[in-house]
Design a protein around this ligand. Sequence first.
Ligand code: FES
Ligand SMILES: [Fe+2]
Length: 328
Amino acid sequence: MLTNKWYLVCPSNELRNEIRQYKILGEEIIIYRNPDKSITALEDRCCHRNVNLSLGYLNDDRIVCGYHGWEYDRNGACAKIPSQLEGDKIPPTAKIKSYPTKDFNQWVWIFMGDEERANEINPTDIPEMNEWPFTYKEYIFKADLEATAESLIDPYHIAFVHRNSIKSFMGQIKESPADFNLKVLDDGLEGFYRRANVGTKAEKVYFGDEENIGTRIRFYYPNISRLEIRFKERILLILEHVMQVDEEHVEMKQITLWKNIFPKFPAFAKFFMAKKSAKIVEEDIDFLSSNLEILNKTKNQFHEVSVKGDEVSLAFRKFWRKKLQETE
Ligand code: FES
Ligand SMILES: [Fe+2]
């Protein structure tokens, strides 16, 4: 589990004075916005009789346990016990874990790990998240975290896994053998290469007869992969934020952003992108799940066979594993 990192929760404008439940790195968490716009994130457990606080309700910035009404403040300290008489002391151990949070680039982030380190470490800064229209969806499925993080930036899978959704304008890789112009950075990897549009007539009308569609890939350690495709002034940007939910499941938040695509019809653009994105992720999940199933069944007895074209994946894994070792 990758601790001491900031994780994405949801778009800032979705978080209201209502309880939302999440499971992140095996921990059950409730999160809500306080009336003064700050955010509270607490362990989803009442320390009185160990039940989920998410079964309770909010009273301004306090969460009230649904069982016997104990109230917790934004730091997770119990602030009221209805069965006590005036003057009775609240036991100092009546406290649950709270988590640092942030509104950053119009998303809510939560810090998982050693609370004191939250100030030294920044969330991943992707300015487009703050500026461009987007659509997003969360998916929880059984898969290997590394394979999931790698899937978006794997260049050769698009024309095959996504042959029924986006092959046409994300197209075939232009040069063969392709040069991915890969660079290993301190906080990830980046690369650039070209694709050709092999689209239908309709798509060619819109996306152009573009022979050299610039494709940029980026991985931001610890857990956001980025794929950016430019056709003339139009830009499609896909972000995939992955994390371990528990021992078996990973969660992927797929965020699709765009610029200059159907700019006169923003509602249509959103509808179109949401539909396409969902299809794309479902296609990926089939393969990620299949991969995990075979790994589990065969207990890693089969080595993979890799070729030059797997350069991006191999570089990603090398970087990722080195980082994981450093963190341990
Ligand atoms: S279990 Fe929460 S108040 Fe008793
Ligand atoms: Fe994919």
